[in-house]
Design a protein around this ligand. Structure first.
Ligand code: ADP
Length: 370
């Protein structure tokens, strides 16, 4: 087991792409860390740097206590599971599992012990004599995991390991991977573009955009306190409503504009000065921070018009407009309401907003102190 540490790591590919920009990050021993972000944000590159499949351009990369910048992949004691599993098609499952151990010249007994241990752990003992093509997608995925497990690495690297599975199996295997990691306690770094996978699996999640770390935090914190507009919009489905706003701070009362209307909000003492000085703020309101409002109140409710409705059974998503069609202040937002509601398109929907659940971001997109 080992921790992994990036210190001001940069990666610039030969033809000039700056794939990783000043990355400083510590992954604890035994932690399950997820790297998440849109395609091309640099998450696979980070994984390949750890595996030693790509050299770092500058900075320091440590695994355990060792600086590994110049170590070959086989000297790093890490194992990587690839998206396409990279199984040998003409070898049985057993041979596939034995292969990395043969390369390391382990004894026959030790090889057998490890293969049987991994097969038991992954529930593939009954398919050891089959060829990869005779397996289901889920079994193939487990064999790929097994081939990494048998090496007993100090760090596991998984690059989108579920992308070839159908939606239902993905949920199942995702849970299995999480349980396996917790049972074994081996440091695991898991790359995905899927924020649901990231949120459900990670002890902590690193959100990346254009090669830069945006926020590193446990899932709950990413959701409740996104550090910037990018993270706010990336984590959560449907995404957080983000819109330009103006905030008026008065002595005992603060309001923000939402389209052509205004609602009361709370602003922390720490954010007051920043808000007063700001010229351009962005507000963030999660769909569930709206509630159906009963009657009129001093600051609201917001008068919204229903444009589209999605009935999901346990909840209803109301896609609403605030302000008149064509007006420059018109906003389109989504509200999430528990249970089933017969909302009619074009009808008025009065919504209140929980003031404690309003996020504010400055001109540079950074969250104001809560
Ligand atoms: P992600 O895994 O988040 O989709 P990658 O790490 O694969 O992103 O890519 C990050 C950036 O680096 C992208 O702009 C990509 O085109 C570029 N890139 C990735 N691999 C290479 C490579 N081998 N050579 C040159 N550029 C690369």
């Amino acid at each position: 087991m080992a921790r992994v540490e990036f210190e001001h790591v940069e990666k610039i590919y030969a033809e000039g792409t700056h794939a990783v920009v000043d990355c400083s990050l510590q992954i604890a021993d035994g932690e399950l860390m997820v790297f998440v972000g849109p395609s091309g944000c640099g998450k696979s590159t980070l994984l390949r740097l750890i595996a030693g499949l790509e050299p770092v351009t500058s900075g320091t990369l440590r695994i355990g206590e060792r600086v590994v910048n110049d170590l070959a992949p086989q000297e790093r004691n890490v194992a990587m599971v690839f998206q396409d599993y990279a199984l040998y098609p003409f070898m049985s499952v057993r041979r596939n599992l034995e292969f990395p151990l043969k390369m390391r010249k382990l004894s026959r007994d030790e090889t057998r012990r490890r293969v049987e241990w991994a097969a038991g752990l992954l529930d593939i003992a009954q398919v050891l004599d089959r060829l990869p093509k005779q397996l289901s997608g889920g079994q193939r995925q487990r064999v790929a995991m097994g081939r990494a497990l048998v090496r007993e690495p100090s760090v596991f690297l998984l690059d989108e390991p579920l992308s070839n599975l159908d939606a239902k199996l993905r949920v199942q295997v995702r849970a299995e991977i999480g349980q396996l990691q917790h049972r074994m306690g081996t440091t695991m770094i898991y790359v995905t573009h899927d924020q649901v996978e990231a949120m459900t699996l990670g002890d902590r999640v690193t959100v990346l955009q254009q090669g830069r770390l945006q926020q590193v935090a446990p899932p709950r914190e990413l959701y409740d306190r996104p550090a910037n507009v990018f993270v706010a919009g990336f984590i959560g489905n449907p995404p957080m409503n983000l819109f330009p706003t103006r905030v008026a701070v008065e002595r005992d009362h603060t309001t923000m504009t939402i389209g052509d209307q205004a609602v009361g909000i709370r602003v922390s003492a720490a954010a007051r000065d920043l808000v007063a000085r700001a010229t351009r703020l962005t507000a963030g309101v999660r769909p569930e921070a709206f509630q159906l409002a009963a009657g009129a109140a001093a600051d609201g409710p917001v008068r919204a018009t229903i444009e589209h409705v999605e009935y999901l059974g346990h909840e209803t998503l109301a896609y609403v407009r605030i302000g008149n069609v064509g007006s420059s202040a018109a906003l389109r937002l989504v509200a999430r309401v528990p249970g089933m509601h017969e909302f009619a398109r074009g009808a008025a929907l009065p919504l209140s907003i929980d003031p404690a659940q309003v996020h504010l971001f400055d001109e540079a997109g950074r969250a104001l102190p809560a």
